[in-house]
Structure formats: C-alpha cells, structure tokens
Design a protein around this ligand. Structure first.
Ligand SMILES: Cc1cc2nc3c(=O)[nH]c(=O)nc-3n(C[C@H](O)[C@H](O)[C@H](O)COP(=O)(O)OP(=O)(O)OC[C@H]3O[C@@H](n4cnc5c(N)ncnc54)[C@H](O)[C@@H]3O)c2cc1C
Length: 409
C-alpha cells in the first residue's frame, strides 16, 4: 500500500491551499481530487473553480501571500475600498471604508477560476505534492498507525495510507461521512443566482450588499465597469430568475436592487447554488481533521466561507510545520486536538455571524426590525463599532494564525 505523511481529500480552493502550504515540511503529501481539469485549458481541477467572484479578506490575502499564490493572483484581483450596505424599503445605509482602518483595501475580489489556476500553478512549480486526480475517495479504514484510504481511479480500486488524513471535500464530504462525523444545519430555502453585470453608473472599488425580504443582493467590483452579482431569492424564485430572458432578468435586478447604480446591462452566464448551513459535529479525531466547507458550509451573506476555510489552512499549516521541524508524527492526537481547539472560537463566531444575519434580515417581527435598524445605525455612525465590525469580518479577531498576520510558517 502506497504510504503518505499527509493525504488531503478534495482539491477545491481550501484543499489546494493546504497542499501549497505544506511545501517545505519534507513530508510526502498527496492531494486527491475527484474531477479532472476541463480539457483544452490551463484551468484547475475541482468543482469550485468556476466563475463566481470571491471577496477575500485582508487575512486571506496574507495567507495566499504566505503560501506563494498571491503574486500570480494580484494582477487579477480588484480591491474593494468601500462597502455600501442597505435594506430595501428603508432609509439609510451603512458605509464602510478602508480608510476607517487605515488599510489600502478592505478586501479583494478574485474569480474562483483564477484562484484555482494560481494554486495549481504553484503546486506544479513546487513539485512537493502528488496530485491524485481524477480519483474519488470511496472509503476510510483506521489502521494501527495509519489511516487507510480506498479510491476509485481509472475504473479500478486503489489503496493508499497516510499518517494524517485531511477532509477538504466540501459540503457533502464523503470523507467526513466515512469518518462517522455527524452534521447539523438547515436548508435556508434560498438559492443564489450568480453572474456578472455592468451597471450604468458604477462606483469604482465599491461593493454593495442590499438586503431584501427574499434574500441579499451583492455586487462585487471585478475591474473596469464589470461587477460580480450574487442574487439570493427563495429557491423557486431563483430557479425562475435563472430561466428568464436577459432583458427580464436585468429588469428584475434593477427593481430589486434600486436605481442607485442605474440600469444594469450585459449579463454573463447565470449559475445557481442552493444555500444551506452545514456544520460538522467535530473537526478532528484519530489521525484526521476536517477543513473548509466540509467543516462549515455557510450562507454567502457577509462573504465568509472561503475566508474561514483559509484560516483553517493557516492554523493547520502552522501546527504541521512545527511538528515537521520537531520530527513529530503529523497524525498525533496532540496535533489534531490542538487544531480543533484553536479553530473552535472562529468557527462559532463566523457561523453565528452569517446565520444570525440570515435570521435578522429575513424576519419582519417588530423587535428584530428594531434590532437590525439599531445594528445598521451603530455600524454606520459609531467609529469604534465600525472598526470592530471590519476587523471581525476580516478574520482579525481572536487568536490569529501567523500566516494571517503576514508572518512566515
Ligand atoms: C454563490 C456563492 C458565493 C460565495 N462568495 C464567497 C465570497 O465572496 N467569499 C468567501 O470567502 N466565500 C464565498 N463563498 C464560499 C466559498 O465559495 C466556499 O466556502 C469555498 O469555495 C469552499 O472551498 P472548499 O475547497 O472547502 O470546498 P469545494 O470548493 O466544494 O471543494 C471540494 C472539492 O472536493 C472534491 N471532492 C468531493 N468529493 C470528493 C471525493 N469523494 N473524492 C475526492 N474529491 C472529492 C470536489 O470535486 C471539489 O473540488 C461563496 C459561495 C457561494 C455558493
């Protein structure tokens, strides 16, 4: 049986980032990914590397810098210098600005495909990780001092073993299920229609989030006049939006978003994503850890999912580099337990923040309406509240990992 020090299941943005981060450990690393890269292009394998625009926080930028992917990505990233948050049918807005924190940008927008290309380019150049792709994880077995992994590859079964198994295979994680880890959560009954559009009166480097009774509408600057659109509706309504002719789709967007940016034109290809909250009951156990969407799949309001997953990567990479320097076994329970303990607070806060926003903004009971108006006023009018909100949304609260502080591993 072929043996590795660390096997990562799932080559999405989180699994591929961890693979990049483990360069320099001197260990044998394997990255198992189910789907092949599309033929005829340099695109990365994996289901998540599509055209969705991702807002990456300052801490994510630093993590990507630390693992070597940011220099390739930077020319394709658009800074967000201002964020405008409003609510349909109510006056007032919350305005956040990079100047509030003395930063050059609050976040950057990258297209998921470009991030995938940067990460896989980095992996190919470094050559420290075996890419096992396309191959689907089928089963997991605990051995005395290893985890055994059964894969389906080229129509055959392949057996591998690792001292540490990392589940990074997304929301419906097979690895998590094989490891017997239960999940909790709920279906939001909403879906996100994702595309890109051009507004008639764009505001440079400004992201917009508008809350409506059916769900948020987010516009992320993508360079020039183009904006990535995340249009969240109840699922049946989202399916209808997906199928509308372009003109009617743009008309519906203008009606729901307000005329602040004028009419919208030139819609790109539309894709739909059903939204659910999924949290793993535990994120570590004997010789395994769970990271990224496999650990926590969030509502996209607040743009936190990948940012949280990259902080999982930063903490785990920090622990594993220290273990490698000390000649320790990467699957030791002291290491997997330390990962779970260091991630607990951030996971709880981020799940509560995104799920709390989903509950607060789609409920018209008078106490909640009052609470949300107070929250939006406080975030706009009180500089310390504003600063704290920006720091929290940027993943800079609590025990921040070294990579997220811009320090080397
Ligand atoms: C509409 C939308 C907008 C979003 N916007 C933002 C944003 O602005 N900012 C942000 O931070 N986050 C955002 N997110 C969240 C972000 O996209 C996810 O958190 C992130 O992509 C998760 O990455 P991952 O690698 O954990 O999982 P995935 O991308 O799901 O990757 C999992 C990988 O595992 C592979 N896999 C699955 N099963 C197996 C198996 N059995 N064997 C081998 N491989 C397997 C899959 O092929 C896939 O490539 C958004 C999400 C949505 C839906």
């Amino acid at each position: 049986m072929d043996s590795f020090d660390c096997l990562i299941v799932g080559g999405g943005a989180v699994g591929a980032s961890l693979a990049c981060a483990l360069r320099g450990t001197g260990w044998r690393i394997g990255l198992i990914e189910a789907t092949a890269a599309p033929a005829g292009g340099p695109a990365a394998p994996g289901t998540g590397h599509d055209d969705r625009g991702l807002a990456l926080s300052i801490s994510s930028q630093r993590i990507l810098e630390g693992i070597g992917a940011w220099p390739v990505l930077a020319p394709r990233a658009t800074p967000i210098r201002h964020i405008h948050v409003s609510e349909q049918g109510r006056f007032g807005a919350t305005r956040l600005s990079a100047e509030d924190c003395g930063w050059p940008a609050l976040a950057h927008v990258v297209v998921a495909r470009a991030l995938g290309d940067a990460l896989y380019g980095q992996l190919a150049a470094a050559g420290h990780c075996d890419l096992i792709c396309p191959a689907q994880l089928q089963g997991v077995e605990m051995l005395p001092d290893r985890v055994g992994v059964r894969l389906a590859r080229d129509g055959r079964t392949q057996l591998l073993a690792a001292r540490l198994l990392v589940a990074a295979d997304g929301t419906h994680s097979r690895a998590r299920n094989c490891l017997g880890v239960a999940t909790q959560g709920r279906d939001y009954g909403q879906s996100a229609v994702v595309t890109s559009v051009t507004p008639a009166r764009p505001r440079e480097y400004t992201a917009h989030e508008r809350f409506t009774p059916q769900g948020p509408i987010a516009l992320l600057p993508q360079g020039g006049d183009r904006h990535g659109l995340v249009f969240v509706r109840h699922s049946a309504q989202a399916q209808r939006l997906l199928e509308l002719p372009d003109g009617e789709f743009l008309g519906e967007l203008t009606r729901q978003f307000s005329r602040r940016l004028g009419d919208f034109k030139q819609p790109g290809r539309r894709r739909i994503y059903p939204l659910r909250l999924v949290t793993a009951a535990r994120v570590a156990g004997p010789r395994h850890v769970i990271i990224g969407n496999a650990a926590n799949t969030l509502h996209p309001n607040g743009a936190q999912g990948l940012n949280l997953g990259l902080r999982d990567v930063a903490v785990l990479a920090e622990l594993l580099h220290a273990a490698a320097r000390a000649g320790r076994d990467p699957g030791e329970s002291a290491i997997t337990t330390a990962y779970a303990e260091r991630r607990r607070g951030d996971h709880r806060r981020t799940v509560n923040f995104t799920d709390g926003m989903a509950r607060l903004f789609y409920n018209d009971s008078p106490p909640l309406v009052l609470l949300r108006r107070l929250a939006m006023w406080g975030a706009d009018a009180l500089p310390p509240v504003k600063k704290e909100l920006i720091r929290a949304a940027s993943g800079l609260r609590g025990m921040t990992p070294a990579l997220a502080r811009g320090l080397p591993l």
